[in-house]
Design a protein around this ligand. Structure first.
Ligand code: SF4
Length: 163
């Protein structure tokens, strides 16, 4: 979904978005049932937390400097989920977030992605407006469990008032 902004080679050499520490476990992708089932078949040891019909892999207790890699990551080949890669991962480093009162949803960009975060915000806003905005907000409408709470410091690239 980020064709034209990020190329596969750059992502394949980085994979920072597939590893999580204590502070960013909330970033772990929300998977639908089909994806979670596929992952369980491919990686039978995977444990999940049920988020009401959607699933997040259970990282267990992590120590301060411990890193948990998503079980779908093959360190040589990349993500093994293919076409079933979660929506969260398809749009990362963009995130859908909402205000505490849930009146507004926004598309933000994660400061963690070293490739994207140094780009001018005007370039990212333009890309979001042209290629992502409608798809992302529509997906969020149908899958509210994927929407994260807004975190200060995440630049807002698009905003939409909830009905
Ligand atoms: S599902 Fe795939 S792309 Fe997403 S975090 Fe896991 S390995 Fe990475």
């Amino acid at each position: 979904m980020l064709k034209g902004l990020l190329d596969n080679k750059t992502c394949a050499e980085c994979r920072i978005c597939c590893g999580f520490d204590n502070t960013d476990l909330w970033e772990m992708p929300v998977m639908n049932e089909k994806t979670a089932r596929k992952l369980k078949e491919l990686r039978p040891d995977t444990r999940f937390t049920d988020c009401g019909g959607s699933y997040v892999t259970d990282a267990g207790e992590l120590s301060d400097d411990e890193l948990f890699y998503c079980p779908a990551l093959d360190h040589e080949k990349g993500c093994i989920l293919g076409e079933d890669k979660p929506f969260d991962c398809r749009i990362w480093p963009f995130r859908v977030m909402e205000t505490g009162d849930k009146r507004f949803r926004m598309i933000t960009v994660s400061p963690v992605c070293p490739e994207i975060f140094d780009r001018p915000l005007s370039q990212l806003s333009e890309f979001v407006k042209e290629k992502l905005e409608n798809t992302v907000f529509e997906y969020a409408e149908k899958n509210p469990e994927t929407v994260k709470k807004y975190i200060k410091g995440y630049p807002i690239l698009a905003i939409r008032k909830q009905k």
